[in-house]
Design a protein around this ligand. Structure first.
Ligand code: ADP
Ligand code: ZN
Length: 211
């Protein structure tokens, strides 16, 4: 199963990707997580990414295409993968289409902007393993501590209100057109984000059963 998850920031993309990754036993490749790791390690890629991320802007296509193409060649991607955060522009989607990688389906999770703004306000992320939580909807067992690895939970720097607005605008302008791109290729599957994570997962699995 080679799957793309396409959704607005805060739509629950990462959460559903983690659950699907367990369900299908394939890795999630999260471009956001790769970039944040590079920023915290101070790599060359991190240096470039840092200039864009905290303004809610996208990293240039040529940089991202190279990062993802290299990552998908690693052996853990042999039997499939879930792409979370790529492609995010038509140029990225075209590059993927022109590579040897054949995607089975593109899942979109629909959530209204008002909900997204509310959700991102309470989001927490593990500094160590990248798992995400929410103060209200998906609280960790112990406050401030990751259930998976015991790492410290923090609010992401790009989750501050001004940046969230910019990220949503970027999504509508540059990423949402991908829905039509993939619908035209008969690859798009639609699910709706629900209040309960498990209800969303049930919709997602149902949407994917057609492929
Ligand atoms: P979210 O989808 O919640 O905004 P991500 O963790 O997927 O968060 O991405 C965080 C940031 O990383 C994006 O706002 C963007 O700046 C950058 N980024 C991630 N993936 C890409 C991509 N494919 N192309 C360009 N920029 C990206
Ligand atoms: Zn963790």
């Amino acid at each position: 199963m080679k799957l793309i998850i396409l959704a607005a920031p805060g739509a629950g993309k990462g959460t559903q990707a983690e659950l699907l990754s367990k369900h299908f036993n394939i890795p999630t490749i999260s471009t956001g997580a790769i970039l944040r790791k590079n920023i915290s390690e101070g790599t060359e890629l991190g240096e470039i990414a840092g200039k864009y991320i905290n303004d809610g802007k996208l990293i240039p296509d040529d940089v991202m295409i190279k990062v993802v193409e290299e990552r998908l060649l690693e052996s853990d991607c042999k039997n499939g993968f879930i792409l979370d955060g790529f492609p995010r522009t038509i140029a990225q989607a075209e590059a993927l289409e022109n590579s040897h990688i054949k995607i089975d389906a593109v899942l979109t999770i629909e959530v209204p902007d008002e909900k997204i703004i509310e959700r991102l306000g309470g989001r927490l992320e593990c500094k160590n393993c990248g798992s995400t939580y929410h103060k209200l909807y998906r609280a960790p067992k112990t406050e401030g501590v990751c259930d998976n690895c015991g790492g410290k939970l923090e609010t992401r720097a790009d989750d501050k209100p001004e940046t969230v607005k910019e990220r949503l605008a970027t999504y509508h302008e540059q990423t949402e057109p991908l829905k039509k791109f993939y619908a035209d290729r008969n690859m798009l599957r639609v699910a709706h984000g629900r209040e309960e994570i498990a209800d969303t997962t049930a919709e997602v699995i149902k949407a994917l059963q057609q492929c």
